[in-house]
Ligand binder design. Sequence first.
Ligand SMILES: *Cc1c(COP(=O)(O)O)cnc(C)c1O
Ligand code: SF4
Length: 340
Amino acid sequence: MADCRSETKRGTGPDDWQSILAQAVRNPSELCEILGIPRLLPADAEAAMRWPMLVPRTYVARIRPGDPADPLLRQVLPQAAELTPVDGFSTDPLDEAASLGQGPLLRKYLGRALIVTTPSCGARCRFCFRRHSIAEPSPATADWRSALQAIATDPSIREVILSGGDPLTLPDSELADLTNQLTLIPHVDRLRIHTRLPILIPQRVTDGLIQALRLNDDRRRLATIVVVHVNHPAEIDPQTANSLGRLIDAGIPVLSQTVLLRGVNDRADVLTQMYERLINLRVIPYYLHQLDAVAGAAHFEVPTAKARQLLGELRARLPGYAVPRYVREIPGENSKHPLD
Ligand SMILES: *Cc1c(COP(=O)(O)O)cnc(C)c1O
Ligand code: SF4
């Protein structure tokens, strides 16, 4: 990742997030060896050619050794099922290609604009709906600067959402540059950041990051909200809990979003445990997403009837504010489509 290497304040110890990301496991055989599970079959390995594996060791440490069915492992380990074409599952399930061909700004919803800031992530999730578009990013998706001008000239945009890839793979200095420029646009009131990094590499929540995101002091007036992508209670280790707490203590509300995934979190006890853990950390559940129909991820799909049943159980077991909104994205609709 060139943007990480070119960062001057790179941190010194091996415990800084950029070193952790640079040393992520990329070879499936190595991952299997670390975890003491059988090596991949040739067809599984072929799936890794299409969408390269990437797993930081901070995430590997939360996977149960010796268990090929581990719910965290399942999210990152390539498997042959990804190669099977399934009707209705496409490379661009949300019809983004035409729009992203014009530049990194996605304008689907009123008042909000989403910037695809970078194709880089802290891991390569096998179910990712952008797995085909960010695998071969266009130059436009890597340059957020070109989006700022479009935002500045459209006063209807009140909220800017940073997405990717993962916007927190950008170095602190670049994020500070981006957020500082956003605060200068008078009609933008809110900044929202969608990220999986506080889960994958909790060391990402540095003082420099918090500094770059605290935009509502007397100098700057932007409200900042972080939406963290979390799929399983075992993803929330003490260090992740600490990082989420530091964001919240800094005055940044943290919401959660989750993708409902077969064999990962499609059980009421697993979801209940995850949402209990999140609200105990003061993270407010926001979205539970029905899987986007992206080619290569059909084996993760949970039928909507089963999902509604799970939601019913969550409603019975959890405080109302701990029950997420179950939604699906439908291309062309002007908001996320409620399914519950
Ligand atoms: C999901 C999404 C948003 C934000 O939607 P909210 O319902 O406000 O969370 C904005 N733009 C795009 C392109 C999206 O996919
Ligand atoms: S964009 Fe999100 S879901 Fe997709 S690979 Fe990156 S971290 Fe995973």
